[in-house]
Design a protein around this ligand. Structure first.
Ligand SMILES: [Zn+2]
Length: 85
């Protein structure tokens, strides 16, 4: 069984399917429900920061995509969200 993301316990059980069809698990220790196969965040802040710096240095979004391998629509979304707090 997957570890609980909240408390780290391995005492988790299957808890049926969520509405979107993904398997969910339930932690027997803290009672939290979670998705054992949830994908990690695609781009961390450590990834975003140099990319946004490059954009502010007037690198084109196509250039960013070529250099960093991040799709320009993703970068546009970050720009709209503003700098990380
Ligand atoms: Zn737990």
């Amino acid at each position: 069984m997957p570890e609980c993301p909240a408390c780290g316990s391995a005492q988790t059980v299957k808890n049926g399917k969520a509405k979107n069809g993904t398997q969910t698990s339930l932690c027997k220790v803290c009672g939290r429900r979670f998705h054992p196969d949830a994908k990690p965040v695609a781009h961390s802040e450590a990834t975003r920061t140099p990319i946004l710096d490059a954009v502010h240095d007037r690198m084109s979004l196509r250039g960013v995509q070529r250099v960093f391998g991040v799709h320009r629509n993703t970068v546009i979304r970050w720009i709209k969200k503003g700098p990380p707090k």
